[in-house]
Every structure is written in structure tokens, then in C-alpha cells.
Design a protein around this ligand. Structure first.
Ligand SMILES: Nc1ncnc2c1ncn2[C@@H]1O[C@H](COP(=O)(O)OS(=O)(=O)O)[C@@H](OP(=O)(O)O)[C@H]1O
Ligand SMILES: Nc1ncnc2c1ncn2[C@@H]1O[C@H](COP(=O)(O)OP(=O)(O)O)[C@@H](O)[C@H]1O
Length: 422
């Protein structure tokens, strides 16, 4: 048991801890002095920081799935440095390597040992090649170089044996190492990290690219597949294409709010169906359905409603985080929870569209689809929105629709127009 205060580490902080435990950095920029227990989000104690900043590991940092977690690649800096030979060059592969980069790497490997360092973050920005893709691309680069050298040595004729030996030496000189590397401002300089892994110099191939290659890469999202294949070794091209395809889809949360009977579910359902028909797909989080599943057992007091709405917002943001469209339709009467939901979506990189279905109370009450207003007026349902519980009118809705004035079809068209313009 430890009695020192605990700190739950963020993803970037975990990367820094891994770097420090592996000997790549001397001290943690976020916890230079203790006593402090560092934990992951599951509260597993990972390390102790003493008053003088000394780190004592307690448990290994949890590994996950993916090539970037492969134990034979994600090695401690001190272990790699212990095996490194003088004159080692590090290539910092922060982007998927191109054919041009492959030539730079081949040249360096002809002169001595080369560490292909893959800076692996736990975050991937949509549209960029993440840690898994970079690792596969680095491994693919080694294969690409090997195949290329075999072809060349096969054409060498009389000097075949000599060429073959040279090719093998180059292949042996290459080693892929995955480096935990945060995205944030506390990231150490690549040159310092490379030195800790035993390299004498670091080359960032992306910095050496010729300008035509740089210009082409800037346009890569629209480049035809064959252009990509000409520029990249097979493994890199696959990763760049995969990332570009994912990056094109920004997730969206369409969040309806309004009184019971205002028409939220009707419009939300019609919208989701139309999006499906267009092949866009939409996940519908209808108020009633959510109350039967996600929020079963919750009541209608303020706290329960806030919990309900925030749960919906959380699920919607998960859907949108990976490019999906979430359509939610709870009453969501309180501004504070609507603001939280917006913030959740926006921090997942999604667009957020608040649609206030502003149908007047008299119309909702006249509709009284479920007979609830009558019961609420008779005092049989407490805390009924609009009758005995408040509805805070949103001041920041992207769209306001009064379904006593606008048909379902036109309401859907208005939402889609707003979505297209966003
Ligand atoms: N007290 C009270 N107030 C308001 N609504 C009530 C209440 N009790 C039950 N219902 C039924 O629950 C539906 C609203 O649930 P929501 O999850 O959308 O509400 S909230 O966002 O948590 O405020 C709502 O459904 P809709 O009519 O689809 O809005 C009602 O049918
Ligand atoms: N233009 C309209 N848009 C949406 N609903 C409408 C419209 N005109 C009439 N209605 C009716 O109003 C009721 C709205 O109920 P519902 O969509 O369940 O509202 P909510 O989900 O806000 O409680 C439905 O019976 C629907 O048929």
C-alpha cells in the first residue's frame, strides 16, 4: 500500500512515463518531484515519484492491441542503446515513409546501422496515419528495401554474390523500434530521444523531401490511388489511403431539444431514415428508447434528467468520434446539460447541431399523443416539462423549427440544409 497522493495520467503523460521508465528522458516534465503515485485510468499504480524526482516502477504500463504494442518493437531506450553500434543513424518516421524517404534510408543503411524510430502516440488525429499504421509502414519499408535490393542484386550478373552480400548487410542494418511519444507540448525533441536510443544522429526524412514530393503529399487526399502507389511503398500507401478515407468523414451530432409532443422523435426518425437512404447511415438515440435502455430506472427530477441527457451526449460523441452521424431527441430542458453535450461532441472532433423544436406548449398539449399532459394537469405526473418542471429555451440553437408551422418533410429538409452548410 502506498500513502502518497495519486495522479491519474492522461495518454500523453503515460507516453512520457514510458519514455522515462525506459531511460529515454531523465525526469517527468509533469511530475518533477514527489512523493506521488502515478496511476492509469483504472487506478493501477504504475510508478512512484520520490521527492527528488526519482522514479520507481510498480507495474508495467498496460499494453493494448496493435503492432505498435509488439514487445519485440516497443523496447526500452536503454536496451536498444546497449546494443547499438557506433555511428548509428536514427530515422524519425513521424509520417508514412515515401519512396524518396526509402532511398534516404537505404543510403544511410549502406553506411551503417539505422534505427527506424516510430513515434507512437495513443491519439490519432482523424486523417493522419496513427501509431499502428506508422509501425506497419516502417516494417513495410524494410521489406520494400529488401525487395528492391534483391532485384538489383539479381541484375548484377557476374558480381551477383557481392551485390547479394551488400544487400543483406543493408537489410541487417535496419531495425524498427517503436517509441512512446506524446502529441502535446511536453514532447521531448526527437534528437534527444534518438540519442537515448543510442543513435549518433537523427534524420527526419519528411524534412528532406524534395518540393515536388512535398506538393504532391499536400494534395494526397485527392490524389488518385496510382499516384499514391508511385510515391509510396505498398505498406505506406495502404496506411495513407486508410487514414485519408477516415479523415474525410467528420462525425456529426444532431441534437433535438423541445417539449414532449413537440415533434422531436418524428423529425429525428425521418431525418435518420433519409440519411440511411443516402448511404450516410445514422444512429438514432430517441428519447423514449433511451429511457428504456441506457437510462432505465432514471426519473424526471433535475439530476436524473441531466444524467440522462449527458449519457445520450456521451454515446452520441462516441458515434461521431469515428465519423458517424448521431441523431438524438430527448427533451433536454436544461441549458447546462445541453452545453456539456455540445462540449463532448466538439471535443470528439464532431460537428454539433442543436435543433430546437419550438412547437408551442398549447400545440403539444392539444396533440397530447400519450395523454401525459392531461395527467400532468391533473397532478398525476409530477415534474412534467412545461407544466410543473421548467424548459429553458436555448439561446444558441443552430436551427429552430416550430412543427405547428413546418411539415415533417420540410423540417428534415431544413436540418439537412443546415448540415450541408456547416
Ligand atoms: N415528468 C415528465 N416530464 C417529461 N416527460 C415525461 C415525464 N414523465 C414521462 N415522460 C415521458 O418521457 C419522455 C421524455 O424523456 P426524455 O428522456 O426525453 O426527457 S429528459 O430529456 O430527460 O428531460 C417524454 O417523451 P416525449 O414525449 O417523446 O418527449 C414523455 O413521454
Ligand atoms: N410537422 C410535424 N412535425 C412533427 N410532428 C408532427 C408534425 N405535425 C404533427 N405532428 C405530430 O405530433 C406528434 C409529435 O410527437 P413526437 O414526435 O413523439 O414528439 P416528441 O418526440 O417531441 O415528444 C406526433 O404525433 C406527430 O405525428
Amino acid at each position: 500500500m502506498t500513502s502518497s497522493p495519486a495522479r491519474v495520467l492522461t495518454d500523453d503523460e503515460l507516453d512520457l512515463l514510458e519514455l522515462a521508465l525506459g531511460g529515454a528522458i531523465d525526469r517527468l516534465p509533469y511530475a518533477p518531484a514527489g512523493p506521488l503515485t502515478l496511476t492509469d485510468t483504472e487506478n493501477t499504480p504504475l510508478a512512484e515519484v520520490a521527492a527528488d524526482g526519482t522514479l520507481t516502477p510498480l507495474k508495467p504500463v498496460a499494453r493494448a492491441l496493435g503492432p505498435q504494442w509488439d514487445e519485440s518493437l516497443r523496447l526500452a531506450a536503454r536496451d536498444v542503446a546497449a546494443e547499438s553500434v557506433p555511428g548509428t543513424t536514427a530515422m524519425w518516421l513521424a509520417e508514412a515513409p515515401t519512396v524518396e524517404d526509402g532511398s534516404v534510408v537505404t543510403e544511410a543503411a549502406a553506411a551503417g546501422a539505422v534505427l527506424l524510430l516510430v513515434p507512437a502516440s495513443r491519439h490519432t488525429e482523424p486523417g493522419t496515419v496513427g501509431a499502428a499504421g506508422l509501425t506497419r509502414a516502417a516494417q513495410g519499408l524494410v521489406e520494400w528495401i529488401r525487395d528492391m535490393l534483391r532485384d538489383v542484386s539479381g541484375e548484377a550478373g557476374a558480381r551477383e554474390a557481392e551485390a547479394q552480400a551488400a544487400a543483406e548487410a543493408i537489410e541487417d542494418a535496419l531495425r524498427v523500434v517503436v517509441v512512446p511519444y506524446p502529441r502535446g507540448g511536453q514532447a521531448p525533441a526527437p534528437a534527444d530521444v534518438a540519442a537515448a536510443y543510442g543513435a549518433e544522429r537523427v534524420v527526419v526524412p519528411a524534412d528532406l523531401r524534395s518540393s515536388p514530393a512535398g506538393e504532391l503529399l499536400e494534395r494526397f487526399a485527392t490524389a488518385r490511388s496510382n499516384t499514391l502507389r508511385a510515391m509510396y511503398p505498398e505498406a505506406s500507401a495502404r496506411e495513407v489511403e486508410r487514414a485519408a478515407a477516415a479523415g474525410h468523414r467528420q462525425g456529426t451530432v444532431v441534437f433535438f431539444t423541445g417539449l414532449s409532443g413537440s415533434g422531436k422523435s418524428t423529425v429525428a426518425r425521418a431525418l435518420a431514415a433519409e440519411l440511411d437512404d443516402d448511404g450516410l447511415g445514422a444512429t438514432l438515440l430517441d428519447g423514449d428508447a433511451v429511457r428504456h435502455h441506457l437510462s432505465k430506472g432514471l426519473g424526471f427530477d433535475r439530476e436524473s434528467r441531466e444524467t440522462n441527457v449527458e449519457r445520450i451526449g456521451y454515446v452520441a460523441s462516441l458515434v461521431a468520434k469515428h465519423g458517424g452521424i448521431a441523431v438524438a431527441a430527448p427533451i433536454a430542458p436544461f441549458e447546462s446539460s445541453r452545453a456539456k453535450v455540445r462540449q463532448l461532441a466538439e471535443s470528439a472532433g464532431a460537428r454539433f447541431l442543436l435543433v430546437h423544436v419550438s412547437t408551442p406548449l398549447e400545440v403539444c398539449e392539444a396533440r397530447d399523443r400519450k395523454g401525459l399532459y392531461a395527467k400532468a394537469r391533473a397532478g398525476e405526473i409530477p415534474d412534467f416539462t412545461g407544466i410543473s418542471s421548467p424548459y429553458e429555451t436555448p439561446a444558441n440553437a443552430e436551427l429552430v423549427i416550430d412543427t405547428s408551422q413546418v411539415s415533417v418533410k420540410d423540417a428534415v429538409a431544413l436540418v439537412r440544409k443546415t448540415l450541408d452548410a456547416a
